[in-house]
Design a protein around this ligand. Structure first.
Ligand SMILES: *Cc1c(COP(=O)(O)O)cnc(C)c1O
Length: 374
């Protein structure tokens, strides 16, 4: 054995200046009885689903000496079938892209269509990860404002697209943290403005909460056929109740998907992940059985909050943005002291609560009644 040379450690890490002093992003992961902070599905997979996933993973494990299917075409075909049932829109497997969470899908989008010298545009308040994807890919970041009711003004949005000339527009619908869905007319207007951007502009509609949309709110998937610069992103993390598996996906034109295939790392989706997702998709109806009751629970929660004199944003998602409080941190802490974790996010004065089981939501209501003196 030779000893490592005893040299003083004086190397500097060449950290990118824009990363200096930054902390990793993430909601606090605290061990409390009622977790209503990250919009998960509160219902664990059933024993039947667990057994099928375990069997599929065991089968995949027998082949782990080999690299997985790099194109994940089996999974992409299953996802296309799922979308057809969920939204009535049929796309080809080659029009679907999958990655480790829709977070990675977004990163692929910005790697392919953003980058130095280019700009990504969104409308705040919105998902706090978007500026991070931009930063990580060296893409400039700009935001327009949403209106007081968190809607996006179509004309103002189109003007901003024309002025900024972004190469990517990110629109969460339903939006996080507000729960607001965008009407198809707004999306079509933005798609039109994006089509006029010299050099091109991709419009990404992030439908992470798409399955929770209220009756009458259509999915942007219906616009795919006519808009080759549209990408509609989905995830298995929310309605599907599979946040731990890390599977996100999108549907778009084949040309758009082919660009993402260029920037992905080879074998980015492990054989275990692909097997898990495909087994889970065979149980889509069972996994999503509670979506209807979660929607009802959400609508009841909005009504309950308003009846107590609070503001609650209309929500097409599985969470509700509510407030406003002169000291929202005190309310957040008061809820936590009573075993209920919500999210301190969104505009000043607001808090966001995920819809849980009826018992969890009842615990939230009881805790808020005490804390807020409602
Ligand atoms: C939760 C969420 C996602 C999903 O992220 P995953 O990486 O798929 O878990 C995407 N977009 C928004 C707006 C979200 O709130």
């Amino acid at each position: 054995m030779t000893d490592a040379p005893a040299r003083p450690q004086r190397a500097t890490l060449p950290l990118r200046p824009e990363l200096a002093g930054l902390e990793p992003y993430g909601a606090p992961q605290l061990d409390v009885p009622v977790l209503l902070n990250v919009n998960e599905n509160p219902y664990a997979p059933s024993d039947e689903v667990v057994a099928d996933i375990a069997a599929a993973v065991a089968e995949a494990a027998r082949g782990l000496n080999r690299y997985p299917d790099r194109e994940a075409l089996g999974l992409r075909a299953d996802l296309a079938d799922y979308l057809a049932v969920e939204s009535g829109v049929r796309v080809a497997p080659e029009q679907v892209w999958a990655a480790n969470g829709s977070n990675e899908v977004m990163l692929h989008l910005l790697q392919a269509f953003g980058g130095p010298g280019r700009t990504a545009l969104s409308f705040a308040p919105t998902y706090s990860m978007y500026p991070e994807y931009a930063r990580d890919t060296g893409t400039a970041w700009q935001v327009g404002r949403r209106a007081e009711d968190f809607s996006v003004d179509a004309a103002a949005a189109c003007d901003l697209v024309a002025e900024v000339a972004p190469s990517v527009v990110l629109l969460a619908s339903p939006n996080n943290p507000t729960g607001t869905a965008l009407p198809p007319a707004t999306l079509e207007a933005v798609l039109g403005a994006a089509a006029d951007v010299p050099g091109g502009c991709v419009v990404v509609v992030d439908e992470a909460y798409g399955e929770f949309r209220r009756r009458g709110t259509p999915s942007a998937l219906a616009l795919l056929a006519e808009h080759p610069h549209l990408a509609v992103s989905r995830t298995m993390s929310k309605a599907f109740g599979l946040a731990g598996a890390r599977v996100g996906y999108l549907a778009a034109s084949t040309a758009l998907v082919d660009a993402l295939r260029v920037v992905r790392l080879p074998y980015h989706l492990s054989a275990v992940t692909q097997a898990t997702a495909r087994a889970a998709l065979r149980h889509a109806p069972a996994l999503m059985a509670q979506v209807g009751s979660l929607r009802q629970e959400r609508d009841d929660l909005v009504a309950w909050l308003r009846a107590r004199g609070l503001r609650a944003a209309d929500s097409d998602a599985n969470f509700v943005l509510f407030g406003t409080f002169p000291d929202r941190h005190a309310v957040w802490q008061g809820l936590l002291d009573r075993g209920v974790l919500v999210r301190e996010t969104g505009p000043e004065g607001w808090l966001r609560v995920s819809v849980g089981t009826p018992q969890e939501t009842a615990a939230f209501r009881a805790a808020l009644s005490e804390v807020g003196g409602l």
